[in-house]
Write a protein that binds this ligand. Structure first.
Ligand code: NAD
Length: 326
């Protein structure tokens, strides 16, 4: 068996504790591939919490100290967007490969600098676009060919509020533009934009209405309506943290039929009408821990092969460009 890749977690907040660590430690294939040797976080209680999940992991109060001490192959960045540039530059400067939470960064210029740092260092970069691997989305992609060329798409995400960050750091970072770079557009839009790109291609124009309609205390938008206009297909994305009920709805209309997705299932009306139910629903929680395992395996396989293809980085840069245009 090959020597395990040595990884470090940078950030031990909610997504590290509920999403990443459970997969690095719990998935049998990942356990054979990877040893998480160290973690850095600004919060001592979160370092304790991650040590409980990853026994034996060495803990550090900052990423600089960790990188000065540890021999690593890659870093897994799980901190809020405003810190991604600094951490990417630090790790890429040491030749470490990167598995990095979305969105790439809090501003377009910081995201572009991340792209430059990754390319300059020649390291492998994998953004956490794990919705590519959600069973529901894989089902949608398998069914879409039945409706022919798509010319219209709608994607609606309704939430009641922004998720709180970890209580041991800054629980309100998602609504502080200096830390997050924006509201629901940045936080949830990121996933929708790469999903739509994978089936519709890139738009020529992006138009948006972005407002704070209900959560007056937020310094970022709680609602965004975005129209993506590509050649022959228009997509309308509506995102809100100001709904009274949590819900997801999407519709793709094609020349031979349409596909509709709701919280509980997918209906395709084409040559025949078919309905598919979705155990677990579309938006039961926000961690989607199990969707990470296939993405992590894609990353570790790329590291083993030395696959420095730029597609995943380009996808993350695309998402940041759309958000910044909106
Ligand atoms: N892919 C997804 O579906 C998904 C879901 C949730 C969160 N996320 C992303 O994960 C990232 C973290 O979100 P979260 O919900 O875990 O936040 P969180 O508030 O729960 O945790 C943030 C953690 O980062 C630590 N931290 C902050 N700056 C640091 C630094 N410079 N060095 C080391 N540690 C630092 C804090 O101490 C805290 O423990 C964000 O980019 C977020 O968008 C992605």
């Amino acid at each position: 068996m090959a020597v395990k890749l040595r990884g470090a977690l940078l950030g031990a907040g909610n997504i590290a504790l509920r999403g990443h660590a459970p997969q690095w430690m719990g998935d049998a294939r990942l356990r054979d591939e990877v040893e998480m040797v160290a973690v850095a976080d600004l919060s001592p209680p979160n370092l304790e919490a991650i040590r409980a999940l990853c026994p034996g992991i060495r803990t550090y109060a900052c990423a600089e100290d960790l990188m000065a001490q540890e021999r690593l192959d890659f870093c897994d960045i799980c901190t809020p967007p405003s810190s991604h540039l600094e951490l990417v530059e630090l790790a890429a400067g040491k030749g470490l490969h990167l598995f990095c939470e979305k969105p790439l960064s809090h501003t377009l210029s910081a995201a572009l600098r991340i792209g430059q740092a990754v390319r300059r260092a020649g390291v492998i970069f994998q953004p956490c676009h794990q919705y590519h691997y959600s069973p529901q989305w894989l089902m949608v992609k398998g069914l879409l060919p039945r409706i022919g060329r798509i010319y219209l798409a709608e994607y609606r995400v309704q939430r009641l509020a922004a998720n709180e960050g970890n209580p041991h750091w800054d629980p309100r970072w998602r609504t502080d533009p200096d830390l997050s770079g924006g509201g629901i557009l940045v936080d949830h839009g990121a996933h929708i934009f790469y999903q739509l790109r994978s089936v519709l291609g890139e738009p020529r124009t992006v138009q948006a209405t972005v407002r704070t309609l209900f959560h007056r205390g937020y310094e970022v938008e709680d609602t965004a309506f975005v129209t993506l206009d590509a050649i022959g297909v228009v997509a309308q994305v509506s995102l809100t943290w100001a709904a009274r009920q949590r819900e997801i709805y999407f519709r793709f209309v094609g020349e031979q039929g349409e596909l509709v997705g709701t919280e509980t299932g997918i209906r395709v009306q084409a040559a025949a009408t078919e309905e598919f139910t979705l155990p677990g629903g579309m938006s039961a929680n926000s961690s989607h821990s199990e969707w990470y395992a296939p993405l992590m395996l894609e990353f570790t396989e790329r590291v083993r092969r030395g696959d420095r293809s730029q597609g995943p980085l380009d996808e993350a840069l695309y998402v940041t460009r759309v958000i910044s245009l909106a």
